[in-house]
Design a protein around this ligand. Sequence first.
Ligand code: ADP
Length: 483
Amino acid sequence: MKYKLTNLIDIKQFQRLLESFYVISEIPHGLLDPDGNILSGIGWQNICTKFHRVNTKSALNCKKSDLSIKDKLNFQGIYNMYQCKNGLMEAFIPVIVEGEHIATLILGQFLFSTPDIEYFRKQAQIFDFDENTYLKALSQVPIISKEELNTYMNYFFEVSKILSSLILKGLNQKKNEALLKEHNTNLEKIVVARTAQLTQMNTQIEKKERKLKETIAFDQLRTEFFANLSHEIKTPINLISSVIQLLELEMKSNEISLSSVMDRRLNILKQNSNRLLKLTNNLIDVTKIDCGYLKLNLQNCNIINIIENITLAVADYIKNKNMELLFDTTTEEIITAIDPTMIERIMLNLLSNAVKFTNPGGKIIVNITNSKKEIILSIKDTGIGIPKDQLDLIFNPFRQVNKSLTRSHEGSGMGLSIVKSLVNMHQGTIMAKSKHNKGSEFIITFPIKKLPSIENTSECYPLDYSKNTHIEIINIEFSDIYS
Ligand code: ADP
């Protein structure tokens, strides 16, 4: 059986209901499970309890009668009845829940008329009962009419309906409880698993956080170390450079001319101190950009003029390298907010790269076009070019296409990363196009944006390349190109 009735209804309460009905009806009745076992009952007759059900042979008849209910479940009307194998009448109503026979409401034992005494005498002989006491027990069996039976069974039919709905309710409650329990167990399992997962994730996050903090601290330490080191290196190099310049000035004023060998040696000295200066300047800038310390000093300037002046300032140098320099622009004046010193840095870097990676006889073309909103600056050369797979990488710090120590061109791989940062600080973009052995083109766009007039108080002077300081700047930027 799928359902256990005693778990679904309050049997003690049901017993009280049967007892109350017995007081009125004086007719035995009860509730049986599908196998005929009594779950609740009242008024069982002595003829059954003291004779039929205690004698081994007659009890077999009782059992057969009880079990025969199973075969009599299909009937018309509200109840069915049968004569038990020991000669008494019983009427019953099956309690069916969700198509399953779950219990039987039984009424009996009773008789419809005065019993056939001879039949029962014979029974006493067969089963070896004391005839007198057996017949006395028989005389106590209630005799009822069919109408009376109908009345009782109508009542039990209603009881059976209530019982079915109670059982169904209990059943649903049990199902829901089981479902809830299953849900809870699953939920608990999920919570346990998720908690374990979260704990693991937390530990991992903590580990990563620790590592990140360590890395940041180490990075800061390294940056500070580089900044300090660069400044420390720059001071003696500046001193060397100044001494060389002083020497040159003194020789000039005293009209001392050097032998060609001495002159070459002095030039080597000059160029290499400039290279060291370029290296330290780049290192300082990379560190400053990294820490966000490098700030633009924006002014409203004619950017065309600035770019043209810088280009022209290196024209002689490029001509001496046996290269052609072309400058072209679609407009003469565009006033926009820029830091002229940083534009100079961008230009000198790109021009020195163009010279560095172009062979004598080649061309370097600087071209400016513009739209309403932006200036487009192109620095193009007919040099060795950059392999396609390296085009996106050359703007990363310390990236060089040819990394071998025996490479033909000098450099530290910091220039383009500084250029990109400076362009971006101007809210511009930079990209490179190149064809291997045909040349490279760097295209920069700057937005045209003016500072509000209140801030436009400082006048923008064009950089003066007749002054020594700017010539020195060019010398430093071009120092890693061998003469
Ligand atoms: P470096 O100091 O080594 O020149 P950059 O950052 O300025 O460093 O340039 C990075 C690399 O990009 C160079 O080493 C070179 O391989 C490549 N590169 C830059 N400009 C050019 C160019 N005009 N033609 C060919 N290669 C170039």
